[in-house]
Design a protein around this ligand. Structure first.
Ligand code: SDX
Length: 439
């Protein structure tokens, strides 16, 4: 964390010196409102003929943003300045979505108008249902979501002009509104049940659970406790600075690609087990560990540099303290299991024991590897009856509003350019073609 200097110079800058030539380059510093300031290196290549090098962008700011802020050392997560635990406690996903997209909490009229717009965009074009029938029933729902969301570009030509603010708003509302419908359709298709249409008398989380678990031949009452827990899960997963999938959405959008295609790219990136796929991987890991007796064996594997195994649900690129989302989810986890009367959930007991052992182990303590958001979300979702294959779909559903807010911010940035990183080339020098007879 950049320490706030006692007195900041009028025009903060860094001087970089090439120790071989003695050449110096003065680089301006841009100051943050909170968190590290940045060194503007945009002129460095033109003046020095050097690139900077930062694979994985561990220390590189890819953009300026006003949406979300994480303090990894303090375990703080702010959406437009509001702490995530206060939003999880006092707000709901529709209000948080409005906040992320518009920058401020809505008044009642603004919120009612936003919710009304989302509610009336929840249906999908009826022909879109045909796309599902092209997949095998056992297709991973994330594979379906990448295809279906990308296919929205083929249905909504009236909201793909990224230079039209109204079309950007319509596309944004369509995506936030339709993700639960398309996600539930992916689940229904996988179990051979008919698709359930959205209902306008239910709120966002209730509607999703209804579309997931109702059947045409029976009424389905959504538990308010489960709907509240689902809404909280949506809030906690809504945005998270420039993570891998958000950076994917921004990079895709920087070429002028339409918002549906950009969100499909974000879904593809989120699928990875090191990112959004971790919640599904956590459950698979707990099932593989099987019992408390085997925990020590798996912790040893996680510490073994020659073993690719890692403890899924532990560690984070930014949080080097507790993930504040995991703290909220841990509490919600016990509430959901209590509501469901699940008192002896073996996997939860296994997870609690794994957390205790890992947090006492020097390897994890020294590397500040704490449980992250995925450690508890998987247990809650499993307790709510979702198959593990749907966990990352849930994450994508919730993160769509964050991806869109970040995409909008990039499109509206007057200084925005197409993203085009450079490289350190260490391949062979130029050489002449060798004909087959001489190889
Ligand atoms: C998400 O970016 C985001 O914000 C993502 C996210 C979001 O909301 O968008 O927060 C969502 O993706 C959460 C993370 C979910 N992933 C997992 O739970 C998978 C398991 N976690 C690891 O793969 C890992 O911790 C990462 C990918 C999350 C972070 O990796 P980093 O920052 O690149 O850290 P690293 O790989 O350099 O690890 C540092 C050290 C290494 O050991 P040494 O080389 O220093 O000896 O810690 C070790 C790693 O081997 N380590 C682990 C570990 N995570 C890191 N060892 C065992 N188990 C782990 N989980």
């Amino acid at each position: 964390m950049a320490q706030a200097a006692a007195t900041k110079s009028a025009a903060p800058s860094f001087t970089l010196t090439n120790n071989q030539t003695g050449d110096s380059y003065e680089l301006p510093v841009f100051e943050s409102s909170i968190g590290p300031d940045v060194i503007d290196i945009r002129r460095l290549y033109a003046e020095s003929d050097y690139f900077t090098f930062d694979p994985g962008y561990l220390a590189t700011a890819s953009c300026e943003s006003r949406i979300t802020y994480i303090d990894g050392d303090e375990g703080v997560l702010l959406y437009r300045g509001y702490p995530i635990d206060q939003l999880a406690e006092n707000s709901d996903f529709m209000e948080v979505s409005y906040l992320l997209l518009n920058g401020d909490l809505p008044n009642q009229g603004e919120l009612d108008g936003f919710v009304d717009s989302i509610t009336h965009h929840t249906m999908v074009h009826e022909q879109l249902t045909q796309f599902y029938r092209g997949f095998r029933r056992d297709a991973h729902p994330m594979a379906i979501m990448v295809g279906i969301v990308g296919a929205l570009s083929a249905f909504y030509h009236d909201s793909t002009d990224i230079n039209d603010p109204h079309q950007r708003m319509v596309a944004s509302h369509r995506l936030v509104a339709k993700m639960p419908t398309m996600a539930a359709m992916a689940y229904k298709y996988s179990i051979g049940q008919p698709f359930i249409y959205p209902r306008n008398d239910l709120n966002y989380a209730e509607n999703f659970l209804h579309m997931m678990f109702a059947v045409p031949c029976d009424s389905h009452a959504v538990s308010p406790v489960l709907a509240d827990a689902m809404d909280k899960i949506f809030i906690l997963h809504a945005d998270h600075e420039q993570n891998a999938s958000t950076s994917t959405v921004r990079l895709a959008g920087s070429s002028g690609a339409n918002p549906f295609a950009c969100i499909a790219a974000g879904i593809a990136s989120l699928w990875g087990p090191a990112h959004g796929g971790a919640n599904e991987a956590v459950l698979k890991m707990l099932e593989e560990i099987g019992s408390v007796a085997h925990i020590k064996e798996f912790v040893a594997k996680a510490k073994d540099k020659d073993d690719p195994f890692r403890l899924m649900g532990f560690g984070h690129r930014v949080y080097k303290n507790h993930d504040p989302r995991a703290q909220v989810l841990r509490k919600a986890c016990h509430q959901v299991l209590g509501e469901l009367g699940v008192t002896n959930e073996p996997l939860l007991e296994l997870a609690m024991e794994l957390e205790r052992i890992a947090l006492e182990d020097d390897y994890f303590v020294e590397r500040q590897l704490y449980p992250n958001v995925d450690f508890y979300s998987g247990i809650i979702l499993r307790a709510m009856g979702l198959p593990t294959s749907m966990f990352t779909v849930l994450f994508a559903l919730a993160r769509t509003v964050g991806w869109i807010a970040q995409w909008q911010e990039m499109i509206e940035d007057p200084g925005q350019k197409i993203g085009r990183p450079r490289q350190l080339y260490t391949g062979v020098n130029q050489r002449e073609y060798v004909t087959m007879s001489k190889r």
